[in-house]
Write a protein that binds this ligand. Structure first.
Ligand SMILES: C[S@@+](CC[C@H](N)C(=O)[O-])C[C@H]1O[C@@H](n2cnc3c(N)ncnc32)[C@H](O)[C@@H]1O
Length: 235
């Protein structure tokens, strides 16, 4: 970064509304490694849990691409797909995208406060990391309680490393990932400033502890790349 670079720093003011929602689709895979591959993996895992009449949630569905993929892949199973996002700018785009699919309902709500109905699959793809830490255990408890026995929670999160040395390495590698995808040094710095206190990752162990306290005992990692991890937890 040069001394003359101008940086638009919205300190700790990140939001998914407005411009972020309208620019979300073309930009997300430049900052989330294997974004599309993660969706593909979730769809493949969902095959094991969705059967005739199942209910499936996508918590923090953003513009609806994952819930649409899930619904189209399982259109023969008569399932109910419910996408939830707190930002109406996101759910407006998601509703437009999913218009042709009658199995999908898109709801604007706060996942930390809403009730969940009984279901066979709950997906959270990089969403819980934005829920206030004090609300997180209650949310994971609610997810566990909503699942039918044998149902699954697919839980993807940005994760912190187990100690400072690994965290330094992970931060450096992730900055390289964004830089190599075309973000400037000042954009990377600006984003890091804006998400302070908004994006709050827990460690791998911290996330497992949340799930175990909720009641999950069968938990495996199904994807990991630098500081991005996907867990499959079965009730
Ligand atoms: C990184 S994006 C998720 C990406 C999305 N799952 C996908 O596959 O494209 C995080 C999303 O979570 C939503 N979100 C954050 N906190 C939320 C909350 N408390 N309730 C519902 N949605 C929330 C944001 O509005 C945003 O759309």
């Amino acid at each position: 970064m040069n001394a003359g670079d101008s940086i638009d720093v919205k300190n700790a003011g990140w939001t998914f509304g407005g411009e972020t929602a309208s620019h979300f689709d073309p930009h997300v895979s430049k900052s989330v490694p294997f974004y599309k591959e993660g969706h593909q993996l979730i769809c493949q895992v969902a095959d094991f849990f969705l059967s005739e009449g199942s209910v499936c949630y996508d918590l923090g569905c953003s513009t609806g691409s994952l819930i649409l993929n899930l619904a189209e892949r399982n259109s023969h199973k008569n399932c109910e797909f419910i996408g939830v996002d707190i930002e109406s700018d996101m759910t407006r785009i998601a509703r437009e995208r999913c218009l042709s699919c009658n199995d999908i309902q898109i709801i604007t709500d706060n996942i930390a406060e809403m009730d969940l109905k009984k279901c066979d699959l709950i997906v959270s793809y990089y969403t819980v990391q934005f829920v206030r830490p004090k609300m997180r255990q209650l949310l994971i408890d609610k997810i566990y309680n909503a699942l039918n026995w044998g149902g699954a929670f697919l839980y993807f999160e940005k994760v912190r490393a187990p100690d400072a040395r690994f965290q330094d390495i992970a931060t450096s590698l992730y900055n390289d990932f964004k830089f190599n995808n075309g973000y400037s040094a000042s954009e990377i710095y600006s984003k890091a400033n804006s998400i302070k206190g908004v994006l709050e990752p827990f460690s791998t162990q911290g996330n497992k502890d949340l799930m175990e306290r909720a009641g999950f005992t069968d938990i495996v990692t199904i994807m990991k790349y630098i500081c991005f991890e996907g867990f499959l937890a079965i009730k």
